[in-house]
Design a protein around this ligand. Structure first.
Ligand code: GLA
Length: 326
């Protein structure tokens, strides 16, 4: 069972705001081998950790607590689950969604993409991580050579073929995401307040932004402008306009930095350095923010590398569910 990680081309912090994202599953991910055992127990084997018997109280760490959350929904007995991963942790490439997706499928979970995505989201919520649906949908539903256009207002998913010469690299800022959990929760609370005032995201227009409190106005402005950028990015992919696509990434970064305030000075500096590299059309921070990776759009014949920062060129790949039925 293999479920990949994901990158998000554009559409950040829009998933829990009924907005739009354009994302794809990558080649790297989490693999789980299942072996039967005769004693009826279920054991999880994670790299560099003591084996853990699933379902026993008080899992000692987060990865094991997540495994127990999956297991409680899909209890299986008499198996060993051997987990390996080539996804960097805490980088914003959705290693936890890939891990929970692979565990669910390995435990026998089956269903529609949305049903499985929701169950995995609920497992993350069980362990205190109140995330949207972007990561689960992209890691399970990804498609080779295409990005997924996800409309979270209706949970509709479309496929957007990407021009073959559009190359994407993710680079690790190497900034530890210490504030990520608390910062993410705070943004979620602020966005909830916006809808309590405005009624719903569908009711909110640029003209109505003036009616919001000063502290919330920039947050709402980011969500509205980011949704427009997603729509324009799809248009760029259809017209093969890599130059404008790059500018949209740069604009998205400015909005995440200035309006949504989820970047850090170190990430801003790194993004600025990458944006001007030869062959790079644009770059922005990616994922929840407060550290983690950036994503760059570039010409296929250049390598986007900077000393001291790990980077990976990524290609749209099949998600976990597609690999299952292939
Ligand atoms: C994290 C969450 C997603 C999404 C992004 C921001 O990756 O898991 O649900 O909210 O942040 O776009």
């Amino acid at each position: 069972m293999f479920v990949p990680g994901r990158v998000n081309i554009i559409g950040e912090h829009t998933d829990y705001n009924d907005g739009l994202s354009l994302a794809f599953a990558v080649e790297r991910g989490v693999r789980i081998e299942v072996r039967t055992r005769s004693d009826g127990a279920t054991w999880l084997h994670l790299e560099n950790q003591q084996p853990h018997e699933m379902g026993t109280a008080h899992a000692p760490n987060l990865s094991l607590a997540m495994a127990d959350a999956v297991w409680r929904r899909y209890p299986r007995s008499g198996i060993d689950l051997e987990v390996t991963s080539d996804l960097p942790d805490s980088a914003g490439l959705s290693s936890s969604a890939a891990y929970l997706g692979a565990l669910s499928l390995a435990c026998g979970a089956r269903g529609s993409l949305l049903d499985l995505a929701r169950v995995i989201q609920a497992c993350e919520a069980d362990v205190g991580s109140n995330v949207g649906l972007l990561d689960q949908i992209a890691t399970l539903g990804g498609e080779r050579s295409s990005a997924l256009l996800i409309d979270f207002s209706q949970n509709q998913i479309g496929s957007v073929p990407l021009p073959a010469h559009w190359a994407f690299t993710v680079m690790h800022s190497e900034v530890s995401r210490v504030l990520a959990e608390s910062g993410y929760s705070q943004r979620r609370r602020e966005c909830l307040e916006i809808t309590q005032i405005a009624g719903s995201w569908a009711d909110l227009t640029d003209d109505l932004l003036v009616g919001l409190p000063d502290s919330l106005r920039p947050r709402a402005r980011h969500v509205l402008s980011e949704n427009r950028r997603v729509t324009e990015m799809v248009d760029c992919a259809n017209r093969d306009d890599i130059e404008r696509a790059g500018q949209l990434l740069n604009e998205s970064h400015a909005s995440l930095r200035d309006d949504f305030a989820v970047s850090t000075p170190e990430v801003d500096q790194l993004v600025a350095r990458v944006q001007v590299l030869h062959g790079v059309h644009g770059a922005r921070m990616m994922g929840g923010g407060f550290g983690g990776c950036l994503i760059a759009l570039h010409e296929p014949d250049v390598s986007v590398v900077l000393e001291g920062h790990r980077s990976w060129t990524v290609h749209p790949s099949d998600g976990g569910l597609r690999r299952l039925i292939r």
